[in-house]
Write a protein that binds this ligand. Structure first.
Ligand code: ADP
Length: 421
């Protein structure tokens, strides 16, 4: 129970801190990418301005502003990393270009764009480029559009490298957070565990101390009842009541002692290999079960083969007996109770199914809680203290198994024990 709570605490701590860390790393990566792109845009813009200035100069020398000169004349050096440069007329027709990618007419004028261009002569594979389109004016007259693109390979590589580094850092930080969460969870759970242990010890000690005086009360009442008295004698009736209450309290105290002393998994040396087929046959034959099942029909449905599990025989018998006695207790005369044994992969399944009163949906999640009884006034008639299912569940969990229930009011219930084979 404490390990699970500690795991939950560590899990939630890791999840919350991890989410903040991942969000922070994501924003940082995004801002870095934007900053790098802005740097590229700045350089690209300068480069475009420089080329545009050359165009203007050449054109000026020709004195015909509509007749744009060769871009070749602009002598764009290959070392300038320009993937392509294009000169469009004011009406958007391509006049000249440098590089491989050619688009005959200019459709939209975006100042900056990121594009992927297909493989060509200068590049063997698709390249991610950043492109700028500048409207160029001479004086007040529009003379055309200059379009220039530079590759983003360097930025791409740098960002990939950055991303990898960020991922590694986040992963390492997550591991550190998880370890810290586990340690903090342990620290947080310690006082609770100590208080719980203290309470368990107190319950065990108190139950133990109460047993002796209760035994004395019971034996005194029983001795008193031995004296010859008429059945109508009020003294005799009172002694009977005392004996009955002492027996009930003895069972209650034994149950409390059981719950307080046996928590956690059973150690393997207390377990023995038992054949459930044989043990269920023996269990059903017990007089306590036979007399409880007298007004109803009790069925046993067993497989033909042996089903071995490692179990503490006495405890497992107690758990299954609890379920069968409950089924008999909450099934009206004429109904039936079926005890079934099944196997599923490496699991042994014991089902106790009845056609009794059933349990409402709102009560189902609580019936394994200590002292929980459905409908207190109705349960009063059936005896019991609401500890039976808590004990049964504790026994099954101690064996590494699970106890589940399905039920419908008025139709019946089915309790299922699943144990590892
Ligand atoms: P109790 O001693 O009251 O039987 P349990 O822990 O064994 O305590 O059961 C808790 C409650 O679950 C009971 O009060 C009863 O209302 C309900 N319950 C248990 N088994 C059955 C069953 N087979 N059919 C209907 N109700 C059941």
């Amino acid at each position: 129970m404490f390990t699970r709570s500690r795991q939950n605490l560590a899990g939630w701590f890791t999840l919350s801190m991890g989410s903040i860390l991942i969000a922070f790393a994501g924003v940082r990566y995004y801002l870095t990418a934007i900053e790098r792109l802005q740097n590229v845009d700045h350089l690209l813009y300068k480069k475009a301005q420089f080329v545009a200035a050359t165009v203007m100069y050449d054109e000026q020398s020709q004195l015909d502003l509509s007749n744009v000169p060769y871009l070749g004349d602009l002598s764009i050096p290959l070392s300038s990393e320009v993937v392509y440069a294009r000169w469009y007329s004011p009406d958007g027709r391509l006049k000249q270009f440098y590089g491989t990618a050619t688009i005959q007419s200019l459709k939209d004028v975006h100042e900056f764009e990121t594009l992927t261009i297909e493989a060509g002569i200068l590049q063997t594979q698709p390249v991610l480029v950043r492109q700028v389109t500048l409207p160029v004016q001479y004086g007040k007259r529009m003379v055309g559009y200059l379009q220039i693109a530079v590759p983003l390979i360097e930025v791409e590589q740098e960002l990939q490298h950055n991303l990898l580094l960020t991922l590694i850092c986040v992963l390492v930080a997550l591991i550190v957070i998880a370890v810290a969460g586990w340690a903090l969870g342990g620290l947080a759970m310690r006082p609770i565990q100590e208080a719980y242990d203290h309470l368990e010890r107190f319950t065990a000690d108190a139950s133990h101390e109460l047993r002796t005086p209760l035994a004395a009360i019971l034996s005194n009442a029983q001795v008193g009842m031995l004296a010859p008295q008429s059945a109508s004698d009020r003294k005799h009736q009172r002694l009977e009541k005392i004996a009955e209450t002492s027996k009930f309290m003895t069972v209650l105290i034994n149950n409390l002692l059981f719950l307080a002393r046996r928590s956690g998994r059973l150690s393997s040396d207390t377990l023995q290999s038992i054949d459930l087929v044989i043990e269920l046959q023996k269990l059903i034959g017990r007089s306590s079960i036979q007399s409880a099942a007298r007004p109803i029909q009790l069925n046993l449905d067993l497989p033909k083969h042996e089903v071995f599990v490692n179990a503490d025989l006495e405890l497992l018998q107690q758990a299954i007996t609890n379920l069968i006695l409950n089924a008999c207790k909450y099934t009206p005369t004429g109904g039936s109770v079926t005890v079934r044994l099944l196997t599923h992969f490496r699991q042994a399944i014991v089902q106790v199914e009845d056609t009794g009163i059933g349990i409402s949906e709102s009560d189902l999640p609580h019936i394994f809680e200590r002292f929980y009884r459905v409908n207190q006034s109705r349960s009063k008639d059936t005896g019991g203290s609401g500890l039976g299912l808590a004990i049964t569940q504790q026994i099954i969990v101690a064996h590494g198994g699970t106890l589940t229930v399905k039920s419908q009011v008025g139709q019946g219930s089915m309790f299922q024990i699943t144990l590892p084979r």
